[in-house]
Each structure stands twice: as structure tokens, then as C-alpha cells.
Design a binder for this molecule. Structure first.
Ligand SMILES: NC(=O)c1ccc[n+]([C@@H]2O[C@H](COP(=O)([O-])OP(=O)(O)OC[C@H]3O[C@@H](n4cnc5c(N)ncnc54)[C@H](OP(=O)(O)O)[C@@H]3O)[C@@H](O)[C@H]2O)c1
Length: 308
């Protein structure tokens, strides 16, 4: 279905915490960017359309596209430098992949030493062609991480003006709170969707709500599984969301993003698509308030059972 959107559709903004970064309520995820097969001109046009719609925050990681996406995005910014001041750049560090581009990596592993965090951030700045990141995240919790050392590295990067805000990704509530006691964290970026509901039940979202810090949410469509999987649970979620979408005369994606954003911890969803239509559907979700009964119908489909 090609949805018609209100002419004044515009993405609102959200501060992740008091004194934290202001991001667009929907953030554009760039993980898959190199799969979209866009020319520089097409990338400029895509980014400009996002920004005009109010989707001004772009999510990266050093490793995306086999260490290639930041460079391609940077090439786009070099071709249209005025875009940089109109956007917020998020990136991540801490995973070391096996890659021809990193022949020194003998095993896939994590590295959250201060030396690696700082070197990785500086490389992200070079690739993106910018002098600062708006937000830098530790990509995954590292069994060898030293909270004091990470906090010190973050603080040094902030003092040098290379990073405005810092945060983490895929941390448990306890890990988040340990590091947040040492340096104020802007967010915890975690996986969440109707096909992966753990953060709602393992205290991740409760802990963030308690601290009044908004989490970010990756793979809100289960990485596309919500559409492609023939798993009975995914089929039922699809059926229920479609039924609600039809009754509200809204696109499927808008209802799904609304379901996520309705959580009181104020999750900030990332899109993963290179189709502008999909970004617009997500933004349209910022205008939908689901009835409590409809919200629980989606939860019931997601979990396969009624609440007790
Ligand atoms: N922190 C972390 O550890 C972590 C991990 C993974 C991702 N992320 C971030 O989160 C962002 C979003 O993750 P994601 O890409 O997995 O998000 P997602 O929205 O769950 O999945 C996007 C995928 O779903 C497909 N899709 C969308 N609508 C569809 C439809 N109607 N029918 C079939 N397929 C459809 C997209 O294809 P089309 O392009 O064709 O729409 C795309 O391949 C990433 O870009 C990245 O920035 C972070």
C-alpha cells in the first residue's frame, strides 16, 4: 500500500536526558547503507529528504559495512558540506571484526581499552569527515571492560571536543548504571521489537525510565523478520498490526513504531531502510496514540499469550 501522509508531517525532537543530546524522535540507521546501491547524488538526495522531514540524526558504527559505511557517508558530506551542521552523528566503537581491512585482527573480539576507544573515535571522525561526533557509544558490553577506564576515555574525548555526548549499546541495566555513575550516559541502544521483547521484562526499560534517560531501539522490525518470517508468532503479530492499521487507516509501519514509542521510557527507534517511504511511515507513527487495548493486542501476539 502506498500511504498518503499529511502535508505537514514533520518529525519531532527529543532530548535523551536532561543536558543530553537532542535527537530526532526517529533516527536513521545507516548499518545497511552500502547495500542500498546509491550514487553520491542519490545519497545526498536521501539525506536531504530525511532532514527536511525532521529526521536529522544518523546512526553509524565503525564496523558498519565491513568498516565501509562511515567512509561512504563521509564522501557524501564532503560533496555537500552544508549538511553536517543540520544533522547529529552517532557512532559506536569497541568491536573488532575479522576483516581484510583490519588484517591485524586474529579473532573477532571486543576492545574497550581507552587507547582503542580514542583511536576508533578519531578514525570515525576521519571517515565521516567531521571534527566531532554528537554521540559516541560503546557497541557491546565487553567482559574485560573497566568502567573507570571507559569513563576516563569518554571524558578525555569530550574535553578535546571530539565527542559531545557518550553512551552505550546492548548493556544490561546494571552495566549501564555502573558506567553512568562514573560519566553521564546519554542512552543505551538496545534491540527491541514485537519479535524481541526482552528489554520490557529484564529491567532494561524500567531502569532507563527510572533514570529519565531515553533508550534507543535497533531492529524495530526485527531486521525485516516481521515481514519475511513464516514463524507462527511473527505471522500473528503481522496479522494483528495489520488489523489495527486498517482500522486506523494508517500504514503498518506507523502503527508498529507508535507501539514502541508509547512505552514510558520513551524509546527512540532507529529505521534500517533506504526507502524514504519507510522513514516517512516511521515518522507518521509519532502522531499515533494507540488505545491501551490495541497496544495489548500487539503484546499478546508478540508473546503468544495473554497477560495474567
Ligand atoms: N547497536 C547495535 O548493536 C545495532 C545492531 C543492529 C542495528 N543497529 C542500528 O539499528 C538500525 C536499524 O536496524 P535494522 O536495519 O535491523 O532495522 P529494521 O527496521 O528492524 O530492519 C530493516 C530491514 O527490514 C526491511 N524492511 C523494512 N520494511 C519492510 C517491508 N515492508 N517488507 C520487507 N522488508 C522490510 C528493510 O528492507 P528495505 O531497505 O527494503 O526497507 C531492512 O532490510 C541499523 O541501521 C543500525 O543503525 C544497531
Amino acid at each position: 500500500m502506498t500511504a498518503s501522509f499529511p502535508a505537514d508531517l514533520h518529525c519531532p525532537r527529543i532530548a535523551t536526558r536532561e543536558g543530553g543530546p537532542e535527537l530526532s524522535r526517529i533516527v536513521a540507521g545507516m548499518w545497511r547503507m552500502n547495500e542500498w546501491g546509491m550514487s553520491v547524488e542519490e545519497r545526498i538526495a536521501f539525506i536531504e529528504r530525511c532532514i527536511e522531514l525532521g529526521v536529522t540524526s544518523f546512526d553509524h558504527a565503525d564496523i558498519y559495512g565491513d568498516y565501509g559505511v562511515e567512509g561512504v557517508f563521509g564522501e557524501t558530506l564532503r560533496a555537500q558540506p552544508a549538511l553536517r551542521d543540520r544533522m547529529q552523528l552517532v557512532s559506536k566503537c569497541g568491536i573488532k571484526l575479522i576483516s581484510q581491512k583490519r588484517p591485524q585482527h586474529g579473532i573477532q573480539h571486543y576492545d574497550t581499552t581507552a587507547a582503542h576507544i580514542i583511536a576508533s573515535c578519531e578514525e570515525s571522525l576521519r571517515q565521516l569527515g567531521t571534527d566531532h561526533l554528537d554521540l559516541l557509544l560503546i557497541h557491546r558490553p565487553d567482559p574485560l571492560m573497566d568502567f573507570d577506564e571507559i569513563a576516563e576515555a569518554f571524558t578525555r574525548l569530550q574535553q578535546a571536543g571530539k565527542v559531545r555526548h557518550v553512551g552505550v549499546s546492548n548493556f544490561t541495566r546494571h552495566q549501564f548504571e555502573c558506567l553512568n555513575r562514573r560519566v553521564p550516559l546519554a542512552t543505551n541502544q538496545v534491540e527491541f521489537s514485537p519479535v524481541y521483547t526482552a528489554p520490557m521484562f529484564d529491567e532494561t526499560f524500567d531502569g532507563m525510565q527510572d533514570l529519565r534517560i531515553a533508550p534507543m531501539v535497533w531492529s524495530p522490525l526485527g531486521g525485516g523478520r516481521l515481514f519475511t518470517s513464516n514463524d507462527a508468532r511473527a505471522l500473528e503479530v503481522r496479522r494483528v498490526i495489520q488489523e489495527i492499521a486498517d482500522s486506523l487507516q494508517q500504514p503498518f509501519g506507523s502503527v508498529l513504531f507508535a507501539w514502541i514509542m508509547q512505552l514510558p521510557s520513551r524509546p527512540i527507534p532507529l529505521t534500517g531502510s533506504g526507502r524514504f517511504e519507510a522513514i516517512r511511515e516511521a515518522v507518521a507513527g509519532t502522531r499515533i496514540q494507540l488505545e491501551r487495548g490495541d497496544w495489548f493486542r500487539i503484546l499478546r501476539a508478540a508473546r503468544g499469550h495473554e497477560v495474567a
